[in-house]
Design a protein around this ligand. Structure first.
Ligand code: ADP
Ligand code: MG
Length: 403
C-alpha cells in the first residue's frame, strides 16, 4: 500500500494537496460538484490536524490565452468554501514570488487555492512537461504533499509527479478509495466475470480489451467498438463509426479467432441515416443499408447480453451502448443499466462517459462502484500502475522479527 495520509506526521504542518477539481462549469456555474465533495474527507482531515492547506488542481484544456477566460478555478474555490464552511482564499497568480510570505501569514486551518495549474502551459507547457523549477516552487510552499487526484495520476505533470520528488508525500482518502476499490473488485474478480465495452473509438480501447480478455469469461461489445469488430467480419455496417485502419481490423480478426467463445456482438441496432436527420429505424445487424448509421443496440442484443450477465458474479462496464447523449439513442444504455441494477453481482463502472450516463439516467446508487478516474482508471486497469501513484513511496513494511 502507498503511504496513507493517516500515517503521515501532519500536525501543524503546511500541506499542499493536488485535488481533482476538473468539474463541468457553464457560464461560471458548476454543473456537477461530485469531485469537490469527494475531496472533503481529505480537506477536513487536514483541518482537524491544524494544517495550513494549499490546493492545486487543473481545470479543462488550456491551450491559449483565450482558454484561460473559461477555465478559472475561482468558482470552485467559492463552492469549496460553501461545502467546507470556511474561507477559501484564492491566488490568481500561481508562480507568485510573494506566495511564501502570504502562506507564512496564513493561520492554521486556513485554505488557499491557486489558479488552474494548466495556465502554466501557456506558452511553455511548464505544468504538462513537469518543469523542475515549477515542481520545486510548488514544493517550497509546503512541508508535505498529498496526491488526492486519481483522475490526473496518469499524467507526469509538475503538480502530480514533480512535487513528490521534493517533499514527503502520500495519497489522500479519495485516491486510496479508488485504488482499494479497483483492486478489490477487478484485480481478482469473482467469476463468472463479464466485461461490457461500448463507446466510440476502438483504438482507444484496444489495450483494455486485450488486458480484459484473458481475465474475463465474457466480453460484450457495443458502439463503435462493436462496429469495428463487425467490419472486420465483413458485415455491412453502412456509414457507422468504425476503425478505418487495416492494421486494427487485422488485430480484431486475430482477437476474434483467439477469443471467439468469450466475445459477443450485437444482433440488432437502432440506426440513423446520413441524409435524413429524423430517420430512425430498427434493423437486424445483417440488414444495415449503406447510408444507415448504427447509433444504439437493439432489444435482441440486450436479451442476448442478459443471458451472460445473469450468471455473472462480477461485471465491469466501460463505454456506452450507443450515442446516449441523444434521447432517441439512449435506450440501449438505459436498459443495460437497468439489467445491471437487478443483478446480484459486483458491478463496477469506469470511464468518463459511462459514469456520466450512469448518473444521468439515475443508476448511480444501484451499482457497486462508480470509478472517479476516467482515463486514469482505464490506464490503471490496463497497465496496473500510474505514474502519479508510482511517485508516492510505499508504506514502510513493519518488520516482523523472527524470535
Ligand atoms: P468512456 O468515456 O466511459 O470511456 P467512451 O468515450 O468510449 O466511454 O464512449 C462514449 C461515447 O461513445 C459517447 O460519446 C457516445 O456517443 C459514443 N458512442 C457510443 N456508441 C456509438 C455509436 N454507435 N456511434 C457513434 N458514437 C457512439
Ligand atoms: Mg469518453
Amino acid at each position: 500500500m502507498k503511504k496513507r495520509i493517516e500515517n503521515m506526521e501532519l500536525k501543524d504542518k503546511t500541506v499542499i494537496v493536488r485535488c481533482d477539481y476538473n468539474v463541468p462549469i457553464y457560464n461560471g456555474r458548476i454543473l456537477d460538484d461530485t469531485k469537490i465533495v469527494a475531496s472533503l474527507e481529505t480537506i477536513r482531515y487536514l483541518i482537524k490536524n491544524n494544517c495550513k492547506i494549499i490546493i492545486l488542481s487543473h481545470l479543462g484544456k488550456v491551450k491559449n490565452e483565450e482558454d484561460k477566460l473559461y477555465n478559472s478555478l475561482e468558482p470552485v474555490a467559492k463552492r469549496l468554501k460553501e461545502l467546507v464552511g470556511r474561507e477559501v482564499y484564492f491566488s490568481r497568480e500561481i508562480l507568485d514570488p510573494e506566495l511564501p510570505k502570504r502562506i507564512e501569514l496564513m493561520l492554521p486551518r486556513d485554505i488557499l487555492m491557486l489558479e488552474n495549474t494548466r495556465f502554466l502551459d501557456v506558452p511553455n507547457k511548464l505544468e504538462s512537461n513537469c518543469d523542475a523549477q515549477v515542481s520545486s516552487f510548488f514544493a517550497s510552499l509546503a512541508d508535505v504533499f498529498v496526491n488526492d487526484a486519481f483522475a490526473s495520476s496518469h499524467r507526469a505533470h509538475a503538480s502530480v509527479v514533480g512535487i513528490a520528488k521534493y517533499l514527503p508525500s502520500c495519497i489522500g482518502f479519495s485516491v486510496e478509495r479508488e485504488l482499494v476499490s479497483l483492486d478489490r473488485f477487478l484485480k481478482t474478480p469473482e467469476h463468472p466475470f463479464t466485461v461490457i465495452m461500448g463507446g466510440a473509438k476502438v483504438e482507444d480501447k484496444l489495450e483494455l480489451i486485450s488486458t480484459m480478455l484473458p481475465k474475463c469469461d465474457h466480453l460484450l461489445l457495443a458502439g463503435g467498438l462493436a462496429n469495428s469488430f463487425l467490419k472486420a467480419l465483413n458485415f455491412n455496417i453502412g456509414s457507422s463509426l468504425a476503425t478505418e485502419s487495416n492494421k486494427t481490423l487485422e488485430t480484431l480478426k486475430q482477437i476474434m479467432l483467439t477469443y471467439r467463445d468469450k466475445l459477443m456482438l450485437p444482433l440488432d441496432a437502432i440506426v440513423g441515416s446520413t441524409y435524413e436527420e429524423n430517420y430512425t429505424r430498427y434493423k437486424r445487424i445483417n440488414e444495415i443499408g449503406d447510408n444507415e448509421v448504427i447509433m444504439d443496440v437493439g432489444i435482441k442484443t440486450l436479451e442476448k447480453y442478459k443471458t451472460a450477465i445473469k450468471t455473472s458474479k462480477t461485471i465491469f462496464l466501460n463505454g456506452t451502448m450507443g450515442r446516449y447523449e441523444e434521447a432517441r439513442y439512449s435506450n440501449g444504455t438505459k436498459e443495460l443499466l437497468n439489467i445491471l441494477k437487478n443483478q446480484d453481482a459486483v458491478v463496477v463502472v469506469g470511464g468518463g462517459d459511462s459514469v456520466s450516463a450512469t448518473k444521468m439516467f439515475g443508476f448511480a446508487e444501484d451499482l457497486t462502484y462508480l470509478s472517479v478516474g476516467g482515463g486514469a482508471t482505464l490506464e490503471y486497469l490496463t497497465k496496473g500502475h500510474l505514474v502519479g501513484i508510482d511517485a508516492i513511496k510505499e508504506e514502510e513494511e513493519i518488520e516482523v522479527l523472527d524470535v
